[in-house]
Design a protein around this ligand. Structure first.
Ligand SMILES: CCCCCCCC/C=C\CCCCCCCC(=O)SCCNC(=O)CCNC(=O)[C@H](O)C(C)(C)COP(=O)(O)OP(=O)(O)OC[C@H]1O[C@@H](n2cnc3c(N)ncnc32)[C@H](O)[C@@H]1OP(=O)(O)O
Ligand SMILES: CCCCCCCC/C=C\CCCCCCCC(=O)OC[C@@H](O)COP(=O)(O)O
Length: 315
């Protein structure tokens, strides 16, 4: 202060203006986080946007940090352990409680195909909660182009398909069936979202047939998994994301031994029915009678076959 005796009076008006600007900037810097905090508290849309941004940033950060370690091992299903561990903390950040029912049904010695409903990218949180060891998801090829995320997915052995090139996709599925069947490869399980795309809400789209052809070709069981609707705490349409509880139900496995490609439509239908029923029951038990939407479930989908046809069995 002594070196600067005439700071305000002597020097010039410019110094004063500079100080004032600096002061304002400092206030601004302090106020900005405060304003953001206030906005976060008051606006559920802003909260949703922040939470989604964090979700994506977390995935990019984890992929970027962990890919070099995964790369040491090369492309391997074992890297799925790393992927799983890196996504497991997400539920805690968001205060999502996971309830898993029937997890013992996933303790099978041999390979199998998991089919699961697909509501949103949030499904990753449920997926890592139950995905067994040596199990890889089938994903759309577009994920490969997400920079380090694509690299991490590739290194983890995720199987990519081009959804619009059916023949190529069928080729990939046939090769996967070969790998699952091969006896010199230790058990490999595959996780498929048979709806083929995200479908928010309490219903399920009709299933694509790939997962069922895969199970029949490899002659391995299908284990259906149903994740309860997120409507309570999450909706991308309404831009709403609060904390809540999510139930994951593992259904009895469906054997495919002895089935041939001509049985695939019936198999697909019976698994869809079983999952739709579980989803409807979950909606019911979670929401009591507040909601009638679940009654419409499957309405626009003629269901020629009932449940419990030849394909279904669960010891
Ligand atoms: C290192 C650690 C770092 C950590 C960092 C963290 C990073 C984490 C980030 C990320 C994690 C990863 C997250 C993964 C999650 C991704 C989720 C998605 O991407 S979901 C989208 C892709 N999934 C699918 O699309 C389902 C599979 N699709 C199918 O199975 C379809 O069936 C497909 C594409 C094969 C064909 O689809 P069609 O649209 O043509 O429709 P159709 O009705 O199924 O088939 C038409 C005809 O083709 C026959 N067909 C189908 N598949 C067949 C087959 N395999 N063999 C013979 N015939 C087949 C069918 O029987 C049908 O013929 P008839 O009508 O019956 O005569
Ligand atoms: C250094 C490179 C940085 C690149 C930046 C890329 C930013 C990427 C940001 C976040 C990555 C999040 C990946 C989440 C993957 C979620 C999987 C998922 O749910 O995919 C949707 C797919 O099932 C169905 O797709 P559609 O509903 O048909 O559409």
């Amino acid at each position: 202060f002594q070196e600067f005796p005439g700071g305000w009076s002597g020097s010039s008006l410019r110094g004063g203006t500079m100080d004032l600007l600096l002061l304002l900037l400092l206030h601004g810097l302090l106020l900005l986080p405060l304003a953001a905090l206030l906005l976060y508290r008051c606006s559920s849309t802003f909260q949703y946007l922040c939470k989604m941004a964090f979700f994506n940033c977390w995935i990019v950060a984890m992929a970027t940090l962990l890919s070099p370690f995964a790369a040491f091992r090369g492309r391997s299903v074992e890297n799925m352990k790393l992927l799983r561990a890196s996504l497991l903390p997400l539920k805690r950040f968001y205060g999502i409680r996971m309830r898993v029912r029937g997890s013992e049904r996933l303790q099978l010695p041999g390979p199998f195909v998991i089919v699961c409903n697909h509501q949103a990218s949030l499904d990753l949180i449920g997926m890592v909660e139950v995905i067994p060891d040596r199990c890889v998801p089938i994903a759309k090829r577009e994920l490969l182009y997400l920079g380090t995320v694509g690299w991490a997915c590739w290194l983890s052995g995720i199987i990519f398909i081009e959804r619009h090139r059916r023949d190529a996709a069928i080729g990939v599925i046939s090769r996967t069936a070969g790998t699952m069947r091969r006896e010199n490869v230790s058990r490999l399980c595959v996780w498929v979202f048979p709806e083929g795309t995200r479908n928010p809400g309490r219903s399920m789209l009709p299933f694509k047939r790939g997962a069922f052809h895969l199970a029949v070709q490899a002659q391995v069981p299908i284990v259906p998994i149903v994740i309860s609707p997120y409507c309570d705490f999450f909706s991308s349409k309404e831009k709403r994301f609060t904390s809540g509880t999510c139930t994951i139900q593992v259904l009895p496995r469906v054997e495919t031994r002895g089935l041939s490609p001509k049985d695939v439509p019936k198999l697909t239908e019976s698994v869809w029915q079983a999952m739709a029923k579980a989803l409807a029951e979950m909606s019911m038990s979670d929401h009591g009678d507040q909601d009638t939407e679940q009654l419409q479930l499957g309405e626009d989908r003629g269901s020629p076959q009932g449940q419990g046809d030849t394909a279904e069995s669960s010891k």
